[in-house]
Design a protein around this ligand. Sequence first.
Ligand code: MSP
Length: 642
Amino acid sequence: MSERKTFYITTPIYYPSANLHIGHALTTVMADTMARYKRMNDYDVWFLTGSDEHGQKIERTAKSQGMEPLAYVDRIVAGFKELWKRLHISNDDFIRTTEERHIKVVQEIFKKIYEKGDIYKSEYEGWYCTPCETFFTERQLVDGKCPDCGRDVELLKEESYFFKMSKYQDRLLAYIEENPDFIQPVTRRNEMINFIKQGLEDLCVSRTTFDWGIPVPINEKHVIYVWFDALTNYISALGYGQENDELYRKFWPADIHLVGKDIVRFHTIIWPTILMAADLPLPKQVYGHGWLLLESGKMSKSKGNVVDPNVLIDKYGVDAIRYFLLREIPAGADGYYSEEALIQRYNTDLANDFGNLVSRTVAMVDKYFDGVVPEPKVTGEFDEQLKTVAQNTPKEAETFIEKMDFANALAGIWKLINRANKYIDETTPWLLAKDEEKKGRLGTVLYNLLDVIRISTVMLKPFMPLLPGKVSEQIGVDLTESKWEDAKKWGLMPVGVKITKKEAIFPRVDPKILDIDQEEEKKTPEKKTQIEPIKEEITIDDFAKIDLRVAEVISCEKVEKTDKLLKIQVKLGEETRTIVSGIAQHYSPEELIGKRIVLVANLKPAKLRGITSQGMLLAASNEGVLEVLTLTKDLPSGSRVK
Ligand code: MSP
């Protein structure tokens, strides 16, 4: 007997800094759909997800809650697992980076690369974005902030180990060019090629200023950089380098690392170069999907606009949420979430198109054939058209699914569903039923409809895992164990089985439910504003290093070709200074003139858009609202603030 083909798919391992939201659910639901589809095609599948538990961000978040990091992440990770269970995620393993089986492998890989001479000790000086856990050079910052998330960065200067990533630049580029499928979709591939061509620098792979991480095996003062640690999960979970490495030998290299577009860079540059240095094979594909956005922009904990999948599951059911995510987000691009859009999809596609097809068909078999599936004896007009669509759909759907284009795969399946609805209108079974001589034809029409329901349900199984069970209960044939091949075969619906009329599979949702919810929200006490965690403790001497002064704005104008920057001239005692500040979306230039503001007067000047900024003004901000700190009493410019 020939060995079954294998398929290894992974999701990113999620940060347990907060509970997961509907955007995270998108990634995992996509991976689950692919895993289920491959299993239906007889692949031996390994599907991995997990949690990325180390790093400064987690350490700080835990501290801000007065908890030990491990106790904090234990609680959050339990929530991850519960959510995946509720969403019927069929992962074969869940890796936590705090597990011994992972820690060992990370240390071994680090050591192996160090011994090879590709990791060396030096001093890091540059910027760090803690929310993104990413290093940046001064040149990479945008307006002095993180180029990825726009948040504040911190200046780091510490002894560190460096990985010789630059050494692998040419080999990586050649690999990407020789393997067009390695980075998908193609837009991301081009972005990465351009990025690499600008030149790779060596990567800082250890930190010394906090200790929530895996110790560097050759120097316990250092912890391993969290991305080096995290990326290794894809092989540590398979037991790489361990006594029992059966899974590694069977499943590595991975077929797909599914990731969001924001972390493609880590997976297509850092990860492959680590693997090259460790003399290990590279994954076959990294697929970077788009983001799920809200009309108001990105979902984020600090904006307090995150959508909890648990609430939606309670309201609409698992299949509906999964369907929405997979249908609404175009392959590789961003998509939008709103509850209105979810209800619209639910009512139109699930309740009307699919739900009605099932309930009408089942009701007619019940009424005209005493609930027994009739034999198709008398063919007629429209049968061939319906059959052709039914036979083409699985082939088209699989081409889309293989490309992770779930939205188009579903759109294609819905063409079949709607072709069947049209077939009901064309064949008018209720009129056929009036004429005893047409009973044979009526039987064929209903049989064909049942077979289309069967075929569609089989194809929908990877997307909506509960659906086959529900449809099976009604049409009298068990579809829960179906193979994808079954969708390609016309006429598998058994004759003579008993159907059972039941309640609607997707009962319509009244869109008014939203207004009711909003009323409820108004009644509940105002939610607490989310605040960022408090930074590490400093001494009074640390604070005394910052020279804050009152400054008077004497002129102000927008910086050309930017939306955010204002160029502000201030008087500081006898001195006049220019500062550039990213507040143009909150203040018009006129509003600031004459105001007395607070300036960090001894900040090293920085160039922004060619203008040297000689200081930074203080402003408070939260959830998109920003206010510059100003004085109301008549204190002269140059006065100290402390
Ligand atoms: N811990 C790292 C991944 C390490 S993998 C070796 C990380 N974690 S994360 O929790 O911040 O994000 C995990 C995934 O969720 C990323 O792929 C990210 O793109 C995805 N998403 C987070 N918000 C999202 C949306 N709003 N929409 C779609 N995906 C989103 O990064």
